[in-house]
Design a protein around this ligand. Structure first.
Ligand code: PMV
Length: 339
């Protein structure tokens, strides 16, 4: 294979409602998690490949970034595909959301990379396999949450007694389990801080190994998965909201009660949460929030609440609107193979 070949995928980020927090073994989760696949926040990655001796050139948004290589090389070691040592790769990657937005891009970037790699394997070996499941398993090696990004709408990762084919090794498609009310769920991301987090997610996961509440957390997440699945199937907004917010606050409570403890929330994160609570009490609008491992607030709501929420933002959060600090996202249809 003297000539260059090319594969390319665009893959979205996802937002977990029941959070993955804590690992065991090789990138396996301590507890099951369930997420919605986003539509707007994506990474597009292409790989050009030809026979060679394992060289990798990596370009991020057009700039060669060899400083990203250690992470990519570790990833290639973990996925154990020896034939990559006999290929030369040129990888181009770009995000369609600002790098400085404070949004984790590891889920979208690692899923896009894994989809490309899985397609190369399929092309070279004409192999029959479950493409998305294989890509999900590999994406997990790069970033746990990335394994959920390969599916449309919603994904479940982690073994749970209540879902027969669930696995710690890869995520499974959960899109067919959503009640109509959740299919067009909206996610407006309030960008509270654009700064890099001072404690990474990897460090946070590690702190769960000796966390005083480790077992209680595993039990809580397993209970919340059952409740969340039930709310999603039955269109039970009240139950969804309860689980969604309990998980968001628990994630940050686990960070605060780690040893050493740390705090990723900002004063604006609290202000937005209180404003949501007040607006909900006054207007009875279906609105909830979730939070990733950072200060940004994801405001989630069904599509029919959109105009009421747009009005609330205009009146109470106009400064965020004017500063372009709200990304209006929603549930999406999963990765796209590019030409
Ligand atoms: O995928 P990681 O290792 O970056 O961990 C992400 C963990 C959370 O985003 C906080 C929760 C989740 O399930 O996505």
């Amino acid at each position: 294979m003297a000539e260059m070949n090319r594969v390319s995928w665009k893959s979205p980020s996802n937002i977990a409602i029941v959070k993955y927090w804590g690992k065991k073994g090789v990138q396996l989760p301590m507890n099951p998690s369930l997420s919605f696949t986003l539509n707007h926040c994506c990474t597009e990655t292409s790989i050009e490949y030809k026979t060679g001796n394992g060289s990798i050139d990596f370009f991020y948004e057009g700039q060669q970034r060899q400083d990203f290589l250690p992470k990519i090389e570790t990833f290639f070691k973990l996925i154990e595909l020896p034939f990559f040592a006999e290929l030369d790769l040129i990888i181009h990657s770009k995000n369609n959301f600002p790098h400085s937005a404070g949004i984790a891009s590891s889920a979208s970037s690692m899923s896009a990379l894994s989809l490309c790699i899985t397609e190369i394997e399929q092309k070279l070996y004409n192999k029959e396999f479950n493409f998305l499941q294989t890509a999900s398993k590999r994406a997990r090696m790069g970033s746990g949450s990335a394994c959920r990004s390969v599916y449309p709408k919603a994904a479940l990762w982690g073994n749970t007694l209540y879902v027969p084919h669930s696995s710690d090794q890869y995520a499974i498609d959960f899109s067919s389990e959503l009640h109509n009310d959740f299919i067009e769920l909206q996610d407006y991301i309030f960008l509270v801080s654009q700064q890099e987090k001072y404690v990474s997610s990897s460090a946070g996961h590690q702190l769960m190994n000796k966390h005083p509440y480790q077992y209680a957390r595993i039990e809580q997440a397993n209970n919340n998965i059952v409740q969340l699945m039930s709310s999603l199937k039955n269109g039970d907004w009240e139950l969804f909201q309860k689980v969604c917010e309990e998980e968001a606050l628990s994630l940050h409570a686990l960070m605060m009660s780690s040893s050493p403890g740390y705090l990723l929330l900002d004063s604006d994160s609290i202000k937005i949460i209180k404003s949501i609570q007040q607006f909900r009490a006054d207007s009875k609008t279906m609105i909830s929030y979730t939070i990733d491992a950072g200060p940004n607030i994801h405001v989630v709501f069904p599509k029919n609440a959109k105009s009421s929420i747009d009005q609330w933002i205009q009146s109470d959060w106009n400064d965020y609107l004017l500063d372009n600090r709200i990304i209006r996202d929603q549930i999406g249809n999963g990765p796209l193979k590019m030409i």
